[in-house]
Design a binder for this molecule. Structure first.
Ligand SMILES: [Ca+2]
Ligand SMILES: [Ca+2]
Length: 854
């Protein structure tokens, strides 16, 4: 009776929740209807209200600050000028996209005239005309077009007039004025005052109106999920919660009625298990580490400290250079030319002619330039400070068209010994054996490796931190591999691949607890091992490998707590051990990636459900606590909850805060707590504003069906023979993912029918890792499903186990299924690991759908 009542209560509260949502939606609709047709009045158009960096009515966009954490480049502040009281001043020392903006109401398909007064200085003054950014301009936020640009300086206040045209259905725009534009950064100073906007019937002859159309995906704050998505989330999450509660209650009751033990016994590992584990780890390691990346790379670099530093190198004789390659270290925080490469002309005049220039470019990625020149001497001259270049190499082409590396000798440098070694231009030519004419994932970073290994490297050296959109733990772990193997592709990928391998024995161990039989534990580990995404995702040096591992560990320990009765443990503290380990894993996970916080919701649910079931056991007389005289509530529940505060809040918070230690070296003036708090604010804003589309982005509901694999690497600079191809793509093994999708309801059916508590942990894990994405409106990728995959695999194994035990299928079916999974894995292995295969093989055998582009 008691349970029915609590269910009724729950239903009531759910209904209440829905009613509140419905009323809120209605209010929002009414409100938006009222606000239609508002004025185009600008608030604080003369900038008289506000002071310093807080400008009433206006928001600021500052690319370098918002996305790179660089607060030094640009200042946007109010200042007083004789012209007309206060005005806004934008100062960008370096190339940036920095603007102020304000939302205004507009009418669709109308013309608007914007006027403002301005005084500006040195806009892109030192930048060659062809490399100038957007200059001082007017646009709308996320707009596809902008007004004309102003460059240089003026000595008197000017009034600028521009026009724009709204498009169909456009009811509001965010009007922006500033220096630079998206992908067109500029530097300089601008004073802006008295912004006026009015609707005009037509654009005067000779004037051009830019379109106010915005990119469809926008870059504004992410819209919240639609009401339908919220309802769907509530329905699915509520369904899983209700299901897990009901099944676990029934399981305990019926087990007690049958005099079965209420605590699940974990099988002990024996020699056979160890042999299986060793074989799994060896096989998985071989295929995961095979050709992971070169264990060498050029890493000693030249970073000019000012313009005019140079190095001259000499070939053994006059040569015709056909290809020049170079690899950059940490890019400068601007995209301007940092070095110019010259060659000595052959006329004996000793004069040099420029061939190409080097800009910021990608981190540890070999780039090539195919400008041909004939010379004996090459001179590289810095044009500004900031960019480190690891190494440079030259190739000639022989008669059969192959590249041959040219021997170079450093003839002369501007090296000033008082500067540190990184400023020695000769470092550009000290690792010539790493120089290769072609580049591939074996020698260069690919996909998001420009972020994570770079930051791991920065942590090691105490440099300013670049990748700050996730907490530091993943990069700290990655840096261990770099410390062991050096700053090279193998080094920066090693730890992630190792954690990816560790997922396999972990699946075996948790599988053994869940299913009690070796064969099913093996099946779970086998499916994990031969899932495509495990391989592709953990060979790439991002941080998803770590978060997947920690999440699985959390559930591994919480399973013990959920499936065993703490009141049966003697002494009491032993019952707390799984919680302690779970909490540590939670701390490590949360300080790697916020996605692990979803797991925390699942863990909390399992914990409180376990405690509720224990309370129910005792209230209903199903079980007696270890010490009858002491009440369960005061001697078990309260102390356990206190311990959980330590395990799930204090310890994780300590791990989380300490993980920021690598941030301290580059910011010696800031306290660790300030560093942590600043980064939390930044991450929150970043993730809630991340709505830009991405060609390989995909919606949550397409993940289980494997619709949109993400293409990481296409081998564009590799040395491919005619008709050959090399790719790295992250996707699921269709035979695992599709089977998994098909197994969710059968697994629920069996869990219900057999009153099976253990598998409920997999349902909670799957729901906690997958369902939150329904509410997430930022761009997401198929790899966000990765942390849910282990739980889906457990559901597959659970269904197979029950089908076999019920005599529906024989074990042969299982072996055939595993064999087919393996066959698919072997077929796809080349495109998961960047092996060279013929294009026609990929097109004919692997691209089953047009959305599978690789
Ligand atoms: Ca003013
Ligand atoms: Ca070097």
């Amino acid at each position: 009776m008691k349970n029915k009542n609590s269910e009724k209560k729950r239903n009531r509260s759910q209904r209440l929740g829905l009613a509140v949502l419905a009323v809120t939606a209605l209010l929002m609709l009414t409100f938006s209807a009222c606000s239609e047709g508002g004025s185009t009045e600008l608030e604080n158009s003369g900038f008289e209200s506000g002071s310093g960096a807080s400008i009433d009515g206006w928001s600021q966009y500052n690319y370098k600050k918002d996305y790179e954490g660089n607060t030094d480049c640009t200042q946007i502040t109010l200042t007083s000028m004789e012209f007309s009281g206060q005005c806004v001043r934008i100062v960008s020392q370096d190339q940036n996209d920095a603007r102020i903006y304000q939302e205004i109401q507009v009418q669709p398909e109308s013309n608007y005239c914007v006027k403002f007064d301005t005084l500006y200085e040195n806009i892109d003054a030192d930048v060659p005309e062809t490399e100038r950014g957007a200059g001082l301009n007017v646009s709308v936020k996320d707009g596809l077009e902008r007004s004309g640009s102003l460059y240089g300086s003026v000595s008197e206040w000017q009034t600028v007039t521009v026009y724009f045209k709204t498009v169909a259905d456009q009811k509001s725009v965010e009007l922006t004025i500033g220096i630079g534009g998206y992908g067109a950064e500029s530097s300089g100073t601008a004073y802006i005052d008295n912004v006026r906007i009015e609707k005009v019937d037509s654009v005067p002859e000779g004037e051009v109106a830019f379109s106010a159309a915005v990119s469809s995906s926008g870059g504004q704050d992410a819209p919240s999920a639609s009401i339908w998505m919220k309802l769907l989330f509530l329905l699915l999450a509520g369904g899983v919660i209700a299901f897990v509660i009901v099944v676990s209650l029934k399981a305990d009751k019926e087990n007690a009625a049958k005099n079965n033990p209420l605590s699940q016994k974990n099988p002990l590992l024996n020699k056979k298990d160890f042999i299986i584990l060793i074989v799994l780890v060896v096989v998985c390691s071989v295929m995961s580490f095979y050709k992971l990346g070169n264990a060498y790379a050029a890493s000693s670099y030249w970073k000019a400290s000012e313009a005019g530093e140079y190095v001259i190198v000499e070939f053994d004789q006059t040569e015709t250079v056909a290809r020049t390659v170079y690899s950059n270290n940490i890019p400068a925080n601007n995209n301007a030319v940092s070095y110019t490469v010259y060659y000595e002309t052959e006329d004996g005049s000793g004069e040099y002619e420029s061939v190409f220039s080097i800009k910021a470019g990608a981190f540890f990625e070999w780039e090539h330039v195919d400008s041909s020149f004939t010379t004996r001497r090459v001179k590289i001259v810095s044009t500004r400070s900031g960019l480190g270049v690891n190494e440079m190499g030259f190739f000639r082409k022989n008669d059969s068209g192959e590249y041959e590396k040219l021997n170079v000798t450093v003839a002369e440098t501007s090296y000033n010994k008082e500067l540190n070694e990184n400023h020695n231009p000769a470092m550009l030519f000290d690792e010539q054996d790493t120089v290769e004419p072609y580049s591939s994932y074996m020698s260069s970073t690919y996909f998001d490796e420009i972020y994570f290994p770079r930051t791991a490297y920065e942590h090691i050296h105490g440099y300013p931190v670049y990748e700050i959109t996730h907490p530091p733990m993943g990069k700290i772990l990655m840096s261990i591999g770099i410390r062991i193997f050096g700053m090279n592709p193998f080094g920066w990928r090693f730890m992630g691949t190792l954690f990816g391998v560790a997922l396999v024995p972990l699946m075996y161990l948790l599988g053994l607890k869940l299913f009690k039989k070796r064969i099913y534990a093996f099946t779970a580990a086998f499916l994990m091992m031969f899932d495509f995404m495990r391989l592709a995702q953990t060979r790439l040096a991002t941080i998803d490998s770590y978060s997947a591992f920690f999440i699985l560990c959390m559930y591994y320990f919480m399973y013990d707590y959920f499936s065993q009765k703490s009141y049966e443990k003697k002494p009491f503290w032993k019952s707390l051990l799984p919680l302690l380990f779970c909490g540590i894993m939670f701390g490590l996970g949360a300080s790697t990636k916020w996605v692990c916080l979803y797991a925390g919701v699942g863990l909390a649910f399992l914990f409180f459900l376990a405690k509720y079931l224990e309370a129910d056991d005792i209230a209903s007389g199903r079980a007696l606590p270890a010490n009858k005289e002491k009440s369960w509530f005061t001697h078990n529940f309260i102390p356990t909850c206190c311990a959980c505060v330590v395990f799930f809040i204090v310890i994780p918070a300590a791990i989380y805060i300490l993980s920021y230690i690598p941030y301290m070296a580059p910011s010696p003036d800031k306290s660790l707590i300030d560093i942590v708090l600043d980064n939390q604010t930044y991450m929150f804003n970043y993730h809630s504003g991340l709505t830009e589309g991405h060609p390989y982005g995909s919606a949550w509901y397409t993940w289980p069906i494997n619709m949109r694999p993400i293409y990481y690497y296409s081998g564009s600079n590799a040395n491919l023979a005619e008709g050959m191809s090399t790719s790295i793509v992250s996707m699921g093994n269709p035979l695992i993912w599709w089977t998994g999708l098909a197994c969710i309801f059968p697994a629920a059916f069996y869990a219900w029918k057999k009153r099976d508590k253990g598998i409920l942990v997999a349902f909670v894990g799957y729901a906690a890792q997958f369902l939150p994405w329904i509410l997430v409106t930022r761009v997401a990728f198929i790899y966000h499903y990765f942390t849910a995959v282990p739980f889906m695999i457990f559901m597959i194994v659970y269904v197979i186990k029950n089908l076999i035990e019920d005599g529906v299928i024989s074990k042969h079916v299982l072996w055939i299924y595993l064999a087919l999974v393996l066959v698919l894995f072997i077929m796809f292995y080349p495109v998961l690991t960047g092996r060279e295969v013929s294009r026609s093989y990929i097109d004919n055998f692997l691209r089953w759908f047009s959305t599978w582009s690789f």
